[in-house]
Write a protein that binds this ligand. Structure first.
Ligand code: ADP
Ligand code: MG
Length: 244
């Protein structure tokens, strides 16, 4: 069996007396696109944040390509360098050009030489339709373009895993499509992706597997056609009837 790129085993997280993750088991295989759905507060972001070591798990383990990243002795910076992350709110540096934003992590975290990082950055920006923006500052870009730049930045160093958390929910509706097009392109390139989204039609189209969380429990998962057309669990049926 292939080793999952990321695997959560019995992951629990509690804030105060609130059990936010209540024993999550979830594995993502190489090149797989897995989409997390569930009501606001169901624990999607917290789960993604435990994988990037922003939150420490209270119990359970998380393995990144077989390495136990929840081991307290694990090197958090080295682990984070293997994972690309994009959140809802783009956090590009306003005083840096698009190219400098995109290459910053490569240069500082991965110690890639400036010229090499710049060449790779230009190449990737061009390949993903942002070539003419390399010298621009973020405030000259639309929200959709900024979010696409944030994605390019996250994949420049070819991370093993890409975590995307509601990357379109802060965007005007007319800008959502261009960001989702880019995710579709990354899927075609074989990127391993775990993403949380409210975009059910996109989940249906792009996911290899859809995972439904409710109150910190993984209630049901399956291929999109199964989960959306023939959900088995009453909680899934109830959730989908509300969001469709
Ligand atoms: P989702 O992304 O599915 O909307 P979250 O993972 O953001 O859900 O949140 C799950 C629950 O955990 C929510 O009730 C939220 O208020 C709570 N929560 C998240 N982060 C914290 C925190 N740092 N401190 C306290 N409660 C938190
Ligand atoms: Mg969230």
């Amino acid at each position: 069996m292939t080793v999952p790129v990321i695997e959560a085993v019995g992951v629990r997280k509690r804030f105060g007396d609130h059990d936010v993750l209540r024993g999550i088991d979830l594995a993502v295989a190489p090149h797989e696109v897995v989409v997390l759905i569930g009501a606001s507060g169901s624990g999607k972001s917290t789960l993604l944040r435990t994988m990037n070591l922003i939150e420490r798990v209270d119990d359970g383990q998380i393995f990144l390509s077989g390495t136990d990243i929840t081991d307290p002795r694990a090197d958090a910076d080295a682990i984070r360098a293997r994972i690309g992350v994009v959140f809802q709110h783009f956090n590009l540096f306003p005083h840096l050009t698009v190219l400098d934003n995109v290459t910053l992590a490569a240069r500082w975290v991965h110690r890639t030489a400036k010229a090499e990082a710049a060449a790779r950055g230009r190449e990737l920006l061009t390949a993903l339709g942002l070539g003419d923006k390399a010298g621009a500052y973020p405030d000259r870009l639309s929200g959709g373009q900024q979010q696409r730049v944030a994605i390019v930045r996250a994949i420049l160093t070819e991370p093993e895993l890409l975590l995307l958390d509601e990357i379109t929910s802060a965007l005007d509706p007319q800008l959502v499509g261009e960001v989702l097009d880019l995710v579709r392109e990354l899927k075609n390139r074989g990127t391993t992706i775990l993403m949380a989204t409210h975009e059910m039609s996109f989940a249906r189209e792009v996911a290899d597997r859809v995972v439904f969380l409710k109150d910190g429990v993984l209630v049901e998962q399956g291929p999109p056609e199964q989960l959306f057309e023939a959900p088995q669990h009453p909680a899934t049926i109830e959730f989908l009837s509300r969001v469709h």
